[in-house]
Design a protein around this ligand. Structure first.
Ligand code: SF4
Ligand code: MSK
Length: 656
């Protein structure tokens, strides 16, 4: 029999848990309704201190072994494993799991692409043939004189190597700047196929295999790069080819996008194919009629998390919120179907859904949830699943029993700045180029570029760290690129519109006003961090900012991270040459040899390095100091000093 869970004991002021007013309103309602959320559980269940430091190992039955994080070299495991071995193996397995998630997602997109190209799937098509040709050329495929099907077939065969190849370099290694690639070759970390890299990493971290953290890090980096420049990059490129390459669009976000008088259907997860099919289903005249006959004014399709990010930039579909709002959205009582596929789906959704009579549907064979109903999504007949979910949502609408409270909060953001669009935006259609961006970095108007990405986490105040960090960066003339749940935090804070340029420093403001762009560019879902890698490579190729990604005045951050995917992303940025700062917690004991390797040693090898801070202002200062260090090394620090001595600029900076 299932044991009754401990009731929530500690109650904290809910305003300390989130800076999202709509989520706050729903947390207050949940408390009144007696419904528990992850915020409550995080307050009442302290993170395990030994696990938080990664000072334990359960890789064999001689253990589990627990070391002392306060005196890390005082003990070893039963087998003699040291703290550095134990932590590096644990870190490795996080990277393996995160990389596997992105890679399996990418492979699913590639499977779909193959079936579309072969004509066995007719419900999807190639929407962006120009991108198809560009991607094909980027991996060395000759496109001249070939038709779309020929090019697509060759591209499929080439990209399949990203996953299955046992020897050689992955196809997108051709996109890596020469000096960065040389550093990878020197350290033996150019990925083969991701299946091989993940398999080898799992083997090496088995009991009694690799027990030197300096050797384990090599395979950690190789696996992470197989994700960033492989699994993730294929997912992004194939999604663009099949569903269209995003370009900027103005979008409504926040819980106020739900509509009381309509059938509300939420899609939450990561893979765009489910969402694309659901768009067809909610526009099916017979289903729209059925909704009307049930008394609804229509069917309101809404995205959440990264599924939402995939769809809103391609179709302008509203977005209800990021990861830590996925329980809160159902507390409104207005959700008639919560539909999920893979990744970042909390098991607790089943319980919250039950409390509010919302049907929760899992759709992907990889992700079933006890308490949810599974309606399998099959790309060969996608509408069988999505039509059925719409029918079920209409039925729930007709039989709504729970009172409805929808926070009246909606924000507007402009998102969809793909690498291709940034190119056109800066250089124009006929001179598409990163030259204006590089020029503005060289002349100091833009101090540098930061990628601020990742999850939200109930162990920190939701959205607050993201928003404070980004405000501080743009105030200091750092252009911010965003993916994942982070950009929804910034959209809710109103920073993803061109009008937000008044919060930017004088140099960045001038550039934003000239181009008409926001100082914070939302570029995609968490799998689309590969777009940042492509943009960074393009900046190197354009010239004037060094020869490798490590030379760029750039930095990255995941201030509220929670998932293993985030660690994989962090590691592929570090291995690509980027200084990457994480917040919340870092699963490595400070002052150990493995910590020193991650936070200092990798940079000395010509790669990037990790950083850690919980305070967003400290995080921003660390990133800005790194950007300034790179500017100095490039000899472009003087240009920025000239800009800063301008008094008008100083006054503007003070006002901001
Ligand atoms: Fe303990 Fe070593 Fe087994 Fe890990 S592998 S549980 S450290 S004995
Ligand atoms: S959904 S991995 S919570 S960004 Fe991609 Fe958001 Fe992080 Fe999941």
């Amino acid at each position: 029999m299932e044991k009754k869970r401990e009731v929530v004991k500690k109650e904290v002021d809910l305003r300390e848990l989130t800076s999202c007013d709509a989520t706050l309103q729903m947390l207050e309602k949940a408390r009144k309704d007696g419904v528990e959320t992850a915020f409550d559980r995080a307050v009442n269940m302290k993170a395990c201190p030994i696990g938080a430091d990664s000072a334990c190992c359960k890789h064999c039955a001689m253990g589990p072994c627990r070391l002392n994080a306060k005196d890390p070299y005082s003990k070893v495991g039963v087998c003699g494993a040291t703290i550095d071995t134990i932590m590096s193996r644990n870190f490795a397995r996080m990277v393996a799991a995160g990389s596997a998630a992105h890679t399996d997602h990418g492979m699913a997109m590639l499977d779909l692409f193959r079936e579309v190209v072969n004509g066995r799937i007719k419900d999807y098509d190639i929407k962006d043939p120009i991108k198809l040709e560009e991607v094909a050329r980027s991996v060395g495929i000759e496109t001249e004189g070939k038709d779309i099907k020929e090019i697509a077939t060759e591209l499929y065969n080439e990209l399949e190597r990203t996953y299955t190849q046992v020897e050689g370099e992955i196809p997108f290694a051709k996109r890596v700047p020469k000096k960065t690639l040389e550093a990878w070759r020197k350290h033996g970390i150019v990925p083969r196929g991701s299946m091989r890299e993940i398999m080898e990493l799992m083997h090496r971290t088995h009991m009694g295999v690799d027990q030197d953290y300096r050797n384990i890090i090599q395979q950690i980096s190789r696996t992470a790069l197989a994700d960033g420049w492989g699994g993730s990059m294929v997912a992004t490129e194939i999604s663009d080819i099949l569903f269209g390459t995003p370009s900027p669009i103005s979008i409504e976000v926040n819980l106020g996008v739900l509509k009381e008088n309509q059938v509300n259907i939420i899609i939450h997860g990561h893979e765009p194919n489910l969402f694309e099919s659901m768009i067809e289903s909610v526009n099916e005249p017979s289903l729209v009629n059925a909704a009307k006959q049930a008394g609804a004014a229509g069917i309101n399709l809404v995205g959440m998390c990264c599924s939402g990010l995939e769809a809103f930039v391609r179709h302008g579909i509203p977005h209800a919120g990021n990861f830590m709002t996925t329980e809160a959205v159902m507390v409104t009582g207005a959700v008639d179907a919560m539909t999920v596929d893979v990744q970042c789906i909390q098991q607790a959704l089943a319980k919250v859904a039950e409390c509010y009579g919302t049907p929760l549907f899992t759709t992907n064979p990889r992700c079933h949830i006890e308490g949810a109903e599974h309606i399998e999504f099959n790309e060969h007949d996608p509408k069988a699943c999505t039509d059925e979910i719409v029918i079920r949502a209409i039925s729930r609408f007709k039989n709504r029993k729970h009172p409805i409270e929808i926070p009246n909060i909606r924000n507007i953001g402009v998102h969809g700045f793909s690498h291709e669009y940034i190119n056109y935006m800066l250089g124009g259609t006929f001179r598409a180029s990163y030259t204006p961006l590089n020029d503005n970095i060289i002349n100091g108007r833009i101090r540098g570029v930061a990628g601020v990405v990742g999850c939200t986490n109930p162990r920190v105040k939701q959205d607050w760290v993201h928003v404070e960090l980004v405000k501080e960066l743009i105030k200091n003339d750092v252009l911010v690129l965003q993916t994942g749940c982070s950009q929804i935090a910034l959209a809710k804070a109103g920073l993803t519109t061109p009008e937000a340029s008044h919060l930017a420093g004088p140099g960045l403001k001038e550039v934003c006003e000239a181009v008409g762009m926001p100082p914070v560019l939302g570029i995609g879902a968490c799998v689309d961090n590969s777009r940042i890698l492509i943009a960074a490579s393009e900046m190197v190729r354009t010239g004037g900012l060094g020869e490798s990604i490590a030379d760029l005045p750039a930095a990255g951050a995941a201030p509220e991270w929670m998932s293993e995917k985030a660690i994989a992303i962090g590691q592929y940025f570090v291995a690509s040459g980027v200084y990457t700062v994480f917040g919340v917690t870092f699963p490595i004991v400070e002052e150990t040899k493995f910590h020193k390797l991650l936070f200092e040693g990798l940079e000395k090898q010509g790669l990037g390095k990790w950083g850690f801070a919980t305070d967003p202002h400290e995080m921003a200062q660390m990133m800005i100091a790194h950007i300034d260090k790179k500017r100095k090394a490039l000899g472009i620090d003087k240009a920025r000093e000239r800009i800063l001595v301008d008094m008008a600029d100083r006054r503007a900076l003070d006002v901001a």
